[in-house]
Design a protein around this ligand. Structure first.
Ligand code: AMP
Length: 210
């Protein structure tokens, strides 16, 4: 199964992806995580991406397509994968179709901007295992400590009000057209991202088949 997750920042893509990979044993591909790793390693690619990411804009289609093209060749992708944060433009979606035929389902987690901005600024992530928390709605058991691996939680550099607003704008301008793109292919499943984490998962599982 080849899945794509679409949604504005903090819509819950990462959270749902974790549940989906557990259930369907798929490889997890987050282009945002891959870029953050390059930034933290200080590679040439990381240096190129750093300021673009901090501003809430998108890195170039060419660059991100090159990364994904290599990643999906890996062995762990043979049984299928979930793409979280890719494609983010119609050009990327067209390229993906060229590379893999077509996706089985594009899952769109839809949330209003006001709620997302609140989630963005309350979000904490684990730099070690990638688990995601929210100080208001999904707090860790011990404040600032990851439930899964005990690491100190951090806030993403682009999870500020200013960058958050820019990222939402980028989503509406550049990524929302993907909804129509996949609708036309009859591959879109849209779910209300405000009904609670478990209800969102149940809706997705029901669509994909238990
Ligand atoms: P994310 O963790 O998915 O929110 O991604 C963080 C940032 O990485 C985004 O705001 C973009 O600057 C960059 N990024 C991630 N995926 C893509 C993509 N598919 N195309 C362009 N830029 C991306």
């Amino acid at each position: 199964m080849k899945l794509v997750l679409i949604g504005a920042p903090a819509a819950g893509k990462g959270t749902q992806a974790r549940k989906l990979i557990d259930k369907y044993k798929l490889a997890y591909i987050s282009t945002g995580d891959m870029l953050r790793e390059e930034v933290s390693k200080g590679t040439a690619l990381g240096l190129e991406a750093k300021s673009i990411m901090a501003s809430g804009a998108l890195v170039s289609d060419e660059l991100i397509i090159a990364i994904v093209r290599e990643r999906i060749k890996a062995d762990d992708c043979k049984n299928g994968f979930i793409l979280d944060g890719f494609p983010r433009t119609v050009v990327q979606a067209e390229k993906l179709d060229e590379l893999i035929g077509s996706v089985d389902k594009a899952i769109y987690i839809n949330c209003p901007d006001e709620a997302l901005l609140k989630r963005i600024t309350a979000r904490q992530t684990c730099p070690k295992c990638g688990a995601s928390y929210n100080k208001i709605s999904v707090p860790p058991k011990v404040p600032d400590i990851c439930d899964v691996c005990g690491e100190k939680l951090t806030q993403r550099k682009d999870d500020t009000v200013e960058a958050g607003k820019a990222r939402l704008e980028t989503f509406h301008k550049q990524s929302e057209p993907l909804v129509d793109y996949y609708k036309k292919q009859n591959r879109l499943f849209e779910v209300d991202g405000m009904i609670g984490i478990d209800n969102v998962s149940s809706a997705i599982f029901a669509e994909l088949g238990d």
